[in-house]
Design a protein around this ligand. Structure first.
Ligand code: PMT
Length: 412
């Protein structure tokens, strides 16, 4: 692996000599970049001797920039490790500053960045530093927790850089995990390549009269996230969408509908020949028996308005009954007894799998960009950690691909 080791200003910089030695000893290539603060603590020559490469320290060094500019340096690395990472460097990374070589190349890379903060305990616990760390984590930086103990400044607390062996092991584990994920992604891609998938998303709207309707709070985000993930994994996607405010890529075949009847009609037309049907739409269970052609006048309804409702077709249950049905995955939106009710729906609707999610006050399910779901089959369940709907789209398709499509209902 090609490791770009960033050293910033801190007494722990001397420990990174051992880190360099560990990387080199195990066959990795190391290029060291030092900030001016780092050079106040330790000589570049020591890193040069251990890494076998000249130490880089200047953004504006004509000689070095001509040989390998910061962009090439960023491209060269498989992994960037910043140890020690000072409070100043964390702040600059968070701000997206680019006033030295290290922060500039961090801006110019998509490679994984691991930071091992080291600083005085009060600097570490300061809200500003903690906020910087949170934001860096959200952006995908891996931040190692500093260790507790006696500090160089004489104080005791959290802020010591982890030992070189621990940073080395973290770096190796992170690389192994990435390789595993990359392989998994290849497998999932291979599975979905050219498979046909039909997805419903969003709410349905049941008109009462030309101005009023019965609707629900589905935004379509979950179904659209699944559709986009499936399309990125190489599947041919047909998306039947209720009225939503989301756009979809042109490579997704999209059919817009309004009511449950229209959605049913579209599903009837498109389910045949599909490998998988995922029913993420929040389909209205009832529609108004007699839709009024004219606006209902409230003055004519002195006693209040009584609406007579009739049941809509259960679309997902209908697909599950068809002879040449696809692998059918439903959703269950529940406010309570989430798993119990979802299992009951799995069975009653004769689905192959169901994805349970909580909705209602305080729950993510509807409208939010995030969700927390459990995939249930007759053989068991798989709970997913709360994540963005976009992430869950991939995770769910990964999990569904492992279920095996024998196209027979597994819950009879
Ligand atoms: O759209 P978002 O804001 O992102 O929110 C996502 C979501 C909460 C809408 C989604 O994750 C979800 O749970 N969708 C299913 C909502 C729902 O209608 O659940 P249900 O438990 O009432 O229905 C069970 C299953 O039957 C669902 O797959 C539903 O699509 C299907 N159904 C229901 C009634 C009906 N007449 N026809 C159906 O096909």
């Amino acid at each position: 692996m090609k490791i770009l080791l960033g050293i910033t200003g801190g007494i722990a910089a001397y420990k990174s000599l051992e880190l360099t030695r560990l990387f080199v000893k195990t066959g990795h290539q190391v290029q060291v970049v030092m900030t001016s603060g780092a050079k106040a603590f330790i000589q570049p020559l020591s890193f040069q001797a251990l890494s076998g490469n000249p130490v880089r320290d200047s953004l504006f060094d004509c000689h070095q920039e001509a040989g390998m500019g910061h962009i090439e340096l960023a491209r060269w690395a498989d992994q960037i490790v910043i140890a020690p990472a000072s409070a100043e460097t964390l702040a600059k990374l968070r701000m997206g500053r680019a006033d030295d070589l290290l922060t500039t190349l961090c801006l110019a890379t998509e490679k994984p960045i691991m930071v091992a903060p080291a600083m005085n305990r009060l600097m570490w616990s300061n809200k500003a530093t903690q906020e910087n760390v949170q934001i860096l984590k959200q952006r995908g930086f891996e931040v190692l927790d500093p260790e507790e103990g006696k500090q160089a400044c004489g104080e005791v607390g959290a802020g010591r850089m982890p030992e070189p062996q621990a940073i080395f092991e973290h770096t190796m584990n992170a690389q192994q995990q990435r390789q595993h994920l990359e392989q998994r992604l290849l497998d999932v891609r291979a599975f979905w390549q050219n498979r046909s998938i039909l997805i419903t998303a969003g709410p349905t709207i049941e008109d009462i009269d030309p101005v009023r309707f019965i609707g629900n709070r589905s935004s379509g985000k979950m179904g659209f996230a699944l559709a986009e993930a499936a399309q990125k994994l190489g599947a041919n996607v047909t998306l039947i969408a209720g009225p939503v405010q989301i756009s979809s890529p042109p490579t997704i075949k999209r059919i817009d509908v309004r009511s449950a009847d229209q959605m049913f009609h579209a599903v009837q037309q498109h389910y045949a020949g599909k490998d998988v049907f995922i029913s993420a739409a929040a389909v209205a269970d009832f529609k108004v028996a007699q839709k009024s052609v004219k606006k209902i006048k409230k003055q004519a309804q002195e006693e209040g308005l009584l609406l007579s409702l009739v049941k809509n077709v259960d679309i997902v249950a209908w697909v599950a009954e068809q002879e040449n049905k696809p692998f059918v995955v439903g959703f269950a939106a529940e406010t309570d007894h989430v798993l119990e009710y979802a299992k009951e729906k799995l069975k009653r609707k004769k689905l192959d799998a169901i994805i349970a999610n909580e909705v209602g006050e305080g729950a993510k399910g509807f409208e939010s960009n995030r969700n927390c779901v459990t995939l249930i089959t007759k053989d068991g369940l798989q709970a997913f950690e709360e994540a963005s709907k976009k992430q869950l789209g991939f995770q769910l398709l990964d999990a569904i691909s492992s279920l095996g499509f024998n196209k027979t209902s597994v819950c009879n």
